[in-house]
Design a protein around this ligand. Structure first.
Ligand SMILES: Nc1ncnc2c1ncn2[C@@H]1O[C@H](COP(=O)(O)OP(=O)(O)OP(=O)(O)O)[C@@H](O)[C@H]1O
Ligand SMILES: [Mg+2]
Length: 338
C-alpha cells in the first residue's frame, strides 16, 4: 500500500474516503488535495459521487472509512460546529418562501454570529439581487434562488466555500457574474471548492481541478497542466499536399498523432504539446510545405470523457485559438483558391 500524500498547507483534504448507500458504492477511496486560496473545480459525470463528497465534507452524512481535513484540522463526527468557517450550498438551498430574499438572509444571520445589516446589503448587491431583495422568495426564479444561496453561503465570511453545482439554473449573465464573484473571493485568499459535470464551466473558472469517476479520483492538478498534457495543433495546407504534410508531421510528432479533417479541406490535427507548434510548422516549411493557417488548442474534453468513460460529443474535437504570429502570408491563403 502506498502512503497517503501529506496534507500540509491544504484547505481541504480527504484520504481514502469510502461511502456506500446500502450495496451501492458511492465513494471508493477518494483522495482530494485542495490547496488554499484557489478555485478548485470538482468535476465528474452524473453519479460520480460529487454530492456525496459535499455532504460528507459538511457533516450531513458520515464516511464508512477514510478521513477529512478542513482548514488544516481533522473534521469528524463532532465537528459540525466548525462549519461557521465554511460556507456551503449542497443541493437546492432551502428558504422561507413567504419571506423576501433580504428577510431570509436576516433570518439566517440571526442564527449565527452577529452580522451587520450592511453586510446583507453588500451580499445582495454582490449576487445581483438588490432590486428584487424585497420580493418574496416564492416568486423568485430558479437562478434567483441560486444567487440567494450563494449570498447565504457567504454570510459568515467563510474561509472555505463549498458549492455543489452552483451554476445550475443560472443564465449566461448569471454564470459570468458568479465566476467574477468566486474569482474575487479567491483573490482575497478564500478557497472555493465547486463541483460541476460541465467541463467548460470549470475550465473557465478554476485554477485547479480534480476529476472523479465512479467514486475515485482519476486526475488532479492545475488546469494549465491538464490542458498542456492534452495539446492539439491544427495546420492547414493545400489539399493536394495534405498527404505528404501528414507524413512529415507524423515523423515529427510520432505514429498515430496526426489526423486529417474528413472534409478533405487541408486541415490536419496533430496531438502535440502547444509549445511545439512553431517547430511543427518549421518541419513542414523545411519540406517546402507552407501552412496557410496554424491554430493551437486542447482537448480536455476528450481526456475528460476518456477518464470518465463517456462518449465524445458529436463534432467535438477541442477548442482552438489562432496563432497570428505563425499565421503568416502563406502561398495558399484561405479563401484565395480558384
Ligand atoms: N441517498 C442515496 N441513496 C442511495 N444511493 C444514493 C443516494 N445518494 C446518492 N446515491 C448514489 O451514489 C452515487 C453517487 O451519487 P452522487 O449524488 O454523489 O453523484 P453526483 O456526482 O453528485 O451526480 P450528479 O452530477 O448527478 O449530481 C450514485 O450512484 C447515486 O445513485
Ligand atoms: Mg450531485
Amino acid at each position: 500500500m502506498t502512503a497517503a500524500p501529506p496534507t500540509d498547507g491544504l484547505a481541504l483534504a480527504t484520504r481514502g474516503l469510502h461511502k456506500r448507500y446500502g450495496s451501492r458504492v458511492a465513494l471508493a477511496g477518494l483522495d482530494l488535495s485542495v490547496p488554499s486560496g484557489v478555485v478548485y473545480g470538482f468535476l465528474g459525470p452524473n453519479g460520480a459521487g460529487k454530492t456525496t463528497t459535499m455532504r460528507l465534507l459538511t457533516g450531513l452524512i458520515h464516511p464508512d472509512a477514510g478521513s477529512i481535513e478542513v482548514l488544516g484540522r481533522p473534521f469528524g463526527r463532532r465537528d459540525r460546529h466548525r462549519l461557521f468557517e465554511v460556507g456551503a450550498i449542497i443541493e437546492a438551498p432551502a428558504f422561507y418562501p413567504y419571506l423576501s430574499g433580504r428577510e431570509n438572509l436576516r433570518a439566517l444571520a440571526a442564527t449565527g454570529a452577529p452580522t451587520p445589516r450592511s453586510r446583507i446589503e453588500e451580499l445582495l448587491e454582490l449576487v445581483g439581487l438588490r432590486d428584487r431583495a424585497g420580493d418574496r422568495v416564492s416568486g423568485y426564479s430558479l437562478g434567483m434562488k441560486q444567487r440567494l444561496g450563494i449570498a447565504a453561503a457567504l454570510l459568515s465570511d467563510p474561509r472555505l466555500l463549498l458549492l455543489d453545482e452552483p451554476a445550475n439554473g443560472l443564465d449566461p449573465a448569471g454564470i459570468v457574474a458568479m465566476r467574477d464573484t468566486l474569482r474575487h473571493l479567491a483573490s482575497r485568499g478564500k478557497t472555493v471548492f465547486i463541483s460541476s459535470h460541465i467541463l467548460a464551466e470549470i475550465q473557465q473558472l478554476a485554477d485547479q481541478a480534480g476529476i472523479i469517476a465512479s467514486g475515485r479520483l482519476v486526475r488532479e492538478g492545475s488546469i494549465q497542466a491538464l490542458l498542456a498534457s492534452q495539446g492539439l495543433v491544427r495546420v492547414r495546407v493545400a489539399a493536394e499536399e495534405a498527404g505528404r504534410a501528414a507524413a512529415i508531421l507524423e515523423a515529427f510528432a510520432g505514429p498515430g498523432s496526426v489526423s486529417a479533417s474528413p472534409g478533405d479541406d487541408g486541415w490536419l490535427t496533430v496531438r502535440v504539446d502547444h509549445g511545439r507548434a512553431a517547430a511543427a510548422n518549421r518541419a513542414l516549411a523545411e519540406a517546402g510545405i507552407y501552412a496557410s493557417a496554424l491554430e493551437s488548442g486542447n482537448d480536455l474534453e476528450s481526456i475528460f470523457l476518456q477518464l470518465t468513460g463517456g462518449e465524445p460529443s458529436p463534432g467535438g474535437e477541442g477548442t482552438f485559438t489562432r496563432m497570428p504570429d505563425v499565421d503568416g502570408p502563406g502561398p495558399t491563403a484561405p479563401g484565395s483558391g480558384a
